[in-house]
Design a protein. Structure first.
Length: 417
């Protein structure tokens, strides 16, 4: 159904009249629109993994399950240096390397991922409302060692780096400890015994399929676990909480964990690339080319929803199926967009909205509603104004109470087919 036929007062046009505010509205929204239509936009499963991770950490805060027993000191020293890695493909564990936002994990955890984030363990109940989920970029890999280094462009200020132990002092028979999140249902902690310092593995296609891991080109540290097999990217710790290895894979038949030794890791970390910065000129160039192309192809449509002759909405039919799936909305008709809305499922309900609360052209606040009940699940913040969300906070926590901010959001714009 066409929007103009359902609402007679609504004028629609894909050809832009002289003096049309569309180019100005587009220019002020271009970077965020690019983020809206980019394939890296976090999906429903990514958001659900983030929610589950926060719930896990909440439960651990309440239960305090690791305060006594062997390895309690190791856990206490290392727990705040461990993050939960979530991607659009799966999950793993990461280690904070420095206060500047570097995080170490396994390469296979983030391989082929379009969206990556680190979920931080809250230190108190008061932290649960904060931005605990920080997006990350891969800056260095070594596939032969199954290592990847992530950069958090906007790290929190209280990052606690891990300490690495001396690999030369590890002996067969030593007791070590593991921490990780092998499932989204709980932080796990266990102990193990070193069985081999430089394990030689007879790699074959059958063995790789058996353990679910590609061949690595190092001699890993091998330990035998008592129950818990660790999680990918999770640390093996000595009694003082220093990292002596990072888990790469496990053999469930033998209860063996194979880890990248600390000396291989520290060699990998000797050189770290400088983080890349977004070129503002690239955004401006993209905006100019895209505006011309989308106008020519009828992807952009302008609307006068109040019937007063002033364009107050731009509709975007990104896949050219005659259904407007994203909007630039200028409710007060001052030439500055108020918010953007994205209808990914094309059902007239908006899974994502972005708001420019101070009118500076940067949409700082993003709301995600992936279950389409018009109550946001997650709030995100675009710290640097490049159109993509940098940090997330859970505002609806299943089983932890809920926050209903529906009444604080303006109604969705009309939609068209």
């Amino acid at each position: 159904m066409l929007l103009s036929s359902a609402f007679p007062c609504l004028a629609q046009s894909s050809s832009f009249m002289p003096g049309s505010p569309v180019p100005s509205l587009w220019e002020k929204s271009a970077s965020t629109i690019r983020g809206f239509v980019a394939p890296s936009d976090p999906g429903a499963e990514f958001i659900h993994r983030a929610e589950r991770a926060v719930k896990v950490f909440w439960r651990d805060l309440i239960n305090e399950p690791y305060q006594t027993g062997p390895g309690a000191k190791a856990f206490g020293n290392a727990a705040d240096s461990i993050v939960y890695i979530i991607t659009d493909n799966g999950t793993g564990t990461g280690l904070i390397i420095d206060k500047g936002g570097l995080v170490l994990t396994d390469w296979h955890v983030v391989k082929d991922a379009k969206t990556i984030a680190a979920v931080f363990r809250p230190k108190s109940v008061a932290d649960l409302g904060k931005n605990l989920i920080i997006t990350a970029n891969v800056v260095k890999i070594d596939s032969g060692s199954d290592l990847a280094l992530l950069q958090l462009p906007h790290p929190p200020g209280n990052m606690k780096p891990v300490t690495f132990g001396d690999a030369s002092k590890v002996r067969v028979g030593d007791q070590v400890f593991s921490i990780g999140l092998p499932t989204p249902h709980g932080l796990r902690y266990g102990d193990a015994q070193v069985t081999e310092l430089h394990s030689t593995i007879a790699w074959s296609e059958e063995y790789s399929e058996h353990i679910g891991h590609q061949k690595i080109h190092i001699q890993p540290l091998a330990v035998r676990a008592r129950g818990f097999l660790g999680s990918s990217g999770g640390p093996l710790l000595n009694a003082y909480g220093a990292v002596i290895g990072v888990k790469a894979f496990a053999d469930p038949k033998t209860s063996q964990i194979y880890a990248v030794p600390a000396d291989v890791i520290t060699s990998f970390l000797v050189t770290v690339p400088e983080p890349e910065t977004e070129n503002v000129g690239d955004i401006e160039s993209w905006a100019q080319v895209t505006l011309t192309t989308w106008r020519k192809n009828g992807i952009l449509k302008q609307f006068d929803t109040s019937g007063d002759g002033v364009i107050d909405r731009i509709g975007i039919d990104s896949n050219q199926n005659t259904y407007v799936d994203a909007w630039i909305v200028d409710e007060d008709q001052n030439g500055v967009p108020d918010y953007l809305a994205r209808d990914v499922n094309k059902n007239g309900r908006y899974e994502k909205r972005a708001y420019d609360k101070d009118g500076d052209g940067t949409y700082e606040t993003h709301y995600f509603d992936h279950n389409n009940n018009e109550v946001p699940d997650v709030i995100g913040t675009d710290v640097d104004g490049d159109g993509t969300v940098d940090v997330f906070a859970i505002i609806r926590k299943r089983g932890l109470g809920s926050t209903n901010i529906k009444s604080h959001l303006p109604p969705p714009p009309l939609y068209a087919r």
